[in-house]
Ligand binder design. Structure first.
Ligand code: UGA
Length: 398
């Protein structure tokens, strides 16, 4: 039996960040360091990790050796890391509130000052810096979950989430970024940091705060499942033995990273329903896709999954005899494919499910695709206008 990946609620175990390696690093530094050292904590860590590092260092200190621990979280996003490093929105440096702490902060500020103007460098206490990193990712994830929640309302009411996002984002207090409705957010950071925040809030006996942030990840899970269920519903309530061409497996474009990719969850749901998946991604390695879909967290029957999936290096091959195309990553190349050519080799009626809202939907309807996307349902007028004389005779679900 295939089983869907564990829900975020079930992942209680993984929420407390594992500090094993940080602790090992701290012990190693204490062992080999000489003189006065500044230890800079760069990666996302649970709040108060700097305190633990300081504790280990000071308990193992030797004569003539002293340490200052700074928190300097990075805000680099995959695909734009160098740009983010060279032109950061801000640099955050947190240090101990003491003369020695201030001196260490000044030293690190001096390094950044070589390419970052002083007004963009924020100095805070260590805890504020650590919490700001978690909060930043939580706020970004929350925006995606917020617009995704609105996308469900749009599908139910006939509003268009892209239009709503533009209208909402024009308010300068809200801003337009991170309002792209999608099949859900992925990546190694958002889920982890949200769960970490939930964990911290629970540990501090703040259940309302914990519930609030838990809801952001619950909404993400809902969005992935909702999209997968919609695919099944539209394909006449069964995908058993139907072939679906999956375009994109990475958690976002311009990366081969699949960690927490919504594609894993959507594919796993479709495999659970016995669909055959022809998967194509421009960058993700074949082995990685197989590994993600056959891992113990996703299925208890990896052999069956192996039989149901095929990985392609050519998208035009992947769509042969397929009942539907499912877009799960927003790769630019998907936009410029010859969908007329693809349609000609697919089973009819041919469906396309755009989980990233990147395709020209009217054009797809016009050439004969039954088209579905996030946060929008096509009115009968749109369908008639786009289809002209070729309005399909099968019944539309919308
Ligand atoms: C994220 C943050 O953006 C970085 O600032 C942070 O430094 C990094 O995590 C980290 O902590 O290391 P990243 O995970 O690389 O960066 O990717 P994002 O661009 O933030 O996208 C995350 C997910 O949200 C992707 O799956 C993306 O497709 C999705 N997303 C993003 C949407 O669905 N809609 C949007 O409008 C924006």
């Amino acid at each position: 039996m295939l089983s869907p990946p564990p829900s975020s609620k079930q992942k209680q175990k993984g929420r407390a960040a594992d500090l094993k390696h940080i602790e090992m690093c701290a012990r190693k530094i204490a062992e080999v360091a000489e003189g006065n050292k500044i230890v800079v904590e760069k990666s996302t860590v649970p709040v108060r990790a700097a305190e633990s590092i300081t504790h280990i260092l000071s308990a193992n200190t030797r004569p003539g050796v002293s340490f200052q621990v700074l928190s300097n979280p990075e805000f680099l996003a995959e695909g734009t890391a160098v740009e983010n490093l060279l032109h950061p929105d801000r640099v955050l440096i947190g240090g101990e509130e003491s003369v020695e702490g201030d001196e260490a902060v000044a030293q690190l500020t001096w390094i950044y000052n070589h390419w970052v103007p002083t007004e963009k460098i924020i100095t805070t206490s260590t805890w504020s810096s650590e919490l700001s990193k978690l909060a930043s990712n939580a706020f970004l994830a929350q925006r995606v979950s917020s617009i995704n929640a609105i996308s469900a309302l749009c599908e139910a009411t006939g509003a268009d989430v892209s239009q709503v996002a533009v209208a909402v984002g024009k308010d300068s207090r809200i801003g337009s970024k991170f309002l792209q409705a999608s099949v859900g957010f992925g990546g190694s950071c958002f889920q982890k940091d949200l769960l970490n925040l939930v964990y911290i809030a629970e540990c501090l006996n703040l259940p309302e705060v914990a519930m609030y942030w838990q809801q952001v990840t619950d909404m993400n899970e809902y969005q992935r499942t909702r999209f997968a269920k919609r695919i099944v519903e539209c394909l006449f309530n069964t995908v058993t033995d139907k072939t679906l061409a999956v375009f994109g497996f990475a958690f976002k474009k311009n990366t081969g990273d699949t960690r927490e990719s919504p594609a894993i969850y959507v594919c796993s749901h479709l495999l659970e329903e016995s669909a055959r998946l022809n998967i194509y991604d421009p960058k993700v390695e074949c082995k990685q896709i197989e590994h993600d879909l056959t891992s113990a967290a996703v299925t208890s029957d990896p052999e069956r999954v192996q039989q149901l999936i095929n990985i392609y290096s050519d998208p035009y091959e992947a769509v042969k005899d397929a009942h539907a195309i499912v877009v799960l990553t927003e790769w630019d190349e998907f936009i410029s494919y010859d969908y007329r050519k693809m349609l000609s080799v697919m089973k009819k009626p041919a469906f396309i499910f755009d989980g990233r809202k990147i395709l020209d939907h009217e054009a797809l309807i016009k050439i004969g695709f039954h088209t579905e996307t996030i946060g929008k349902r096509f009115s009968r007028n749109t369908l008639l206008r786009a289809s002209g004389d070729h309005f399909p005779s099968f019944s539309w679900t919308l």
